[in-house]
Write a protein that binds this ligand. Structure first.
Ligand code: DGT
Ligand code: CA
Ligand code: CA
Ligand code: ZN
Length: 583
């Protein structure tokens, strides 16, 4: 946060605390006004102080507190109030429908000092003992609490990706909006996002602001000011997420975008470099003294710092800054490099798409090929295919490909059984264009290293699908010996999947970075079961980019012929290794 934001937060907390303590309402209002004024300033407040410029809405006593903050990093009054008002009470006051007065009542009467305490008095219904707390009011608080909790949990990026792109599209169509970008963890393609940060530029903030808060699916507007609008947004499944829209100036666009894209750790590291070089970097621009060096675009700012442009997905302070200083960041893989999807399920097993539908969605994605990889028979819950059905499907697919505009590869997601053997024998696997092997049933705490090693003994296993088995929404990875598995995969030219499904992202960025040094290559698959799930490729590409992968690391960037050739070579290589072993 910059000084303006930090001070606004401090003043808001002072106002909350004063109100909670039942102090003079005029004083409370003065702090709140000052907080809003600070949020709306186009320059850092330190500039006004240094240049002795007055700020409308901030009187002498608050100006003294601002100076105190700029000098010491603290405001004594604030510190004192934090001593008097327990921390959890600020959270209770932030719940829609509660506010400082109700919080005070709850505290005095029942000692409510935290959200947990509030839940208790709601559950045991003691809250009804308060005068004026009828069913209507209590219901309102319960709803507010639910809203607060749901809006403060994290979401897998795949759950918010399309709705937020649609919201972006809607805002961009509002008259007067010049530029728009979704910043924050969303732009960095982090696997989960806490809230959504949108940046826009406009010359008509009032009209644009009015139009934004009137968009559909907005559950509640939390704040509507000249530079910031916050609301709770309803996602299609009913989940709620907070969205902060910041209105910035065109001339500050690059600096603001960089700032609000984060990560915070990246920002701090870049700011240190700026300082080393005698500059100052904030959300308005890169300055030397009072002169603007760069501010309009991110590219200009990185360049002025002697750095290569850093793609948002890398901005986590995980080594990207040193590489950028050495101009050594490679060209990352992009969605448009992807020529096909290497894991899709059809109606033959538990998928919902016919071959025609797969073709249609593949054309929308601009693909040359899709691997249709239905489950094998021991995965009964997923309609796994007996061999006879597999051959039936193979024949249907052969016919289909005669007129298809996208090559559908005959594939399977073959179950690796408890003992590491596969559902189909090599003679059958050999007939398939592409074979994914995966584990779905794992005993508690089972180490699956041996199952993977055994499965990879077949020359016809091309890909290990969703290798760790973890789910973004919760399930932990299956334990296995990374060194053994990744090393073997690299030696045998077995690909590790980057499963792009919203629920999986497996391997994710971290695991890709761990696998790559062994020489592993990767394949991307959406694991699409439902109609229209193939868009999720972008999520897998996001993880790949976060792991700094280039097109050369991923086989899906190959044309159809190159890919088929690669699979052929890899199988031959494995056959030779097996032959050597058997001799
Ligand atoms: P999230 O929302 O938890 O998934 O993660 P972010 O990265 O979107 O974080 P958020 O929404 O709190 O803030 C958006 C960006 O604003 C963040 O990535 C970097 C910037 N930012 C926020 N607070 C600070 C701060 O205290 N210092 C610096 N340098 N940057 C900050
Ligand atoms: Ca965020
Ligand atoms: Ca935010
Ligand atoms: Zn699977």
């Amino acid at each position: 946060m910059n000084n303006n934001q930090k001070l606004a937060k401090i003043f808001d907390e002072i106002a909350d605390a004063l109100e909670f303590l039942g102090e003079n309402p005029f004083k409370v209002r003065a702090y709140r006004t000052a907080a809003r004024v600070l949020e709306g300033l186009d320059r850092d407040i330190s500039w006004y102080i240094e240049n002795n410029k007055s700020v409308k809405g901030i009187g002498t006593s608050l100006r003294a507190k601002i100076k105190e903050f700029l000098e010491t990093g603290k405001v004594r009054k604030h510190e004192e109030l934090l001593q008097k008002v327990p921390r959890g009470i600020f959270e209770v006051m932030a719940i829609p429908g509660v506010g400082p007065k109700t919080a005070k009542l709850l505290y005095d009467r029942f000692g409510v000092k935290s959200i947990e305490d509030l839940k208790r008095v709601l559950e045991d219904e003691s809250i009804y003992q308060l005068r004026g707390f009828g069913p209507g009011k209590v219901k309102n608080i319960k709803e507010g609490l639910e809203l607060y909790e749901r809006a403060h949990s994290r979401f897998p990026i795949g759950f918010v990706y399309r709705p937020i792109m649609e919201l972006k599209e809607r805002i961009s169509r509002i008259d007067g909006v010049h530029r728009i970008e979704v910043a924050g963890s969303f732009r960095r393609m982090k696997e989960t996002v806490g809230d959504i940060d949108i940046l826009i530029t406009t010359d008509r903030p009032t009209e644009v602001g009015n139009a934004i808060v009137n968009l559909p699916s907005i559950e509640r507007v939390l704040l509507k000011g000249p530079t910031k609008i916050s609301f709770i947004y309803t996602l299609p499944r009913g989940d709620l997420i907070q969205v902060d829209v910041r209105i910035v100036k065109d001339e500050n666009w690059g600096a603001s975008l960089m700032y609000f894209t984060g990560s915070k750790e990246h920002n701090i590291a870049v700011r240190d470099i700026a300082i080393e070089k005698g500059y100052k970097l904030n959300e308005y621009g890169l300055y030397r003294g009072i002169n603007v060096i760069a501010s309009r675009t991110e590219e200009e700012i990185y360049e002025a710092l002697g750095m290569q442009y850093i793609p948002p997905e890398l901005r986590e302070n995980r080594g990207e800054i040193d590489l950028a200083l050495k101009h050594a960041i490679p060209d990352l893989v992009e969605l448009k490099d992807i020529k096909g999807d290497l894991q899709v399920h059809s109606i033959y097993s538990d998928g919902q798409m016919t071959f025609e539908e797969i073709e249609k969605y593949a054309l929308e994605m601009g693909y040359q090929y899709v691997a249709v990889t239905d489950h094998s028979y021991s995965l009964k819950v997923a309609g796994g295919l007996e061999e006879s059905r597999l051959f039936e499907k193979m024949e249907k697919l052969r016919q289909f490909n005669k007129h298809s505009r996208v090559r559908l590869l005959m594939g399977a997601e073959v179950e690796i059984r408890m003992d590491g053997t596969l559902d189909y024998p090599d003679e059958v696997l050999k007939e398939l264009d592409i074979v994914l092997a995966s584990v779905h049933n794992v005993r508690k705490n089972e180490d699956i290293t041996e199952r993977y090693l055994r499965a990879m003994e077949s020359p016809y296993v091309d890909i290990i699908a969703h290798p760790t088995g973890r789910l973004v929404t919760g399930r932990n990875p299956y334990p296995f010996d990374e060194e053994k598995v990744f090393k073997t995969a690299a030696e045998r030219m077995v690909l590790m999947e980057i499963n792009a499904h919203a629920n999986r992202l497996d391997l994710n960025d971290i695991m890709i970075m761990r696998a790559k040094p062994y020489g592993v290559k990767f394949s991307l698959g959406t694991d699409a079961h439902g109609k229209g799930n193939m868009w999720m490729m972008v999520l897998g590409v996001g993880q790949a980019r976060r792991a700094m992968l280039t097109p050369g690391d991923i086989v899906n960037t190959m044309n159809l012929d190159e890919l088929l050739d690669f699979i052929k070579k890899a199988r031959k290589h494995r056959e030779e290794l097996s032959r050597k072993l058997n001799n």
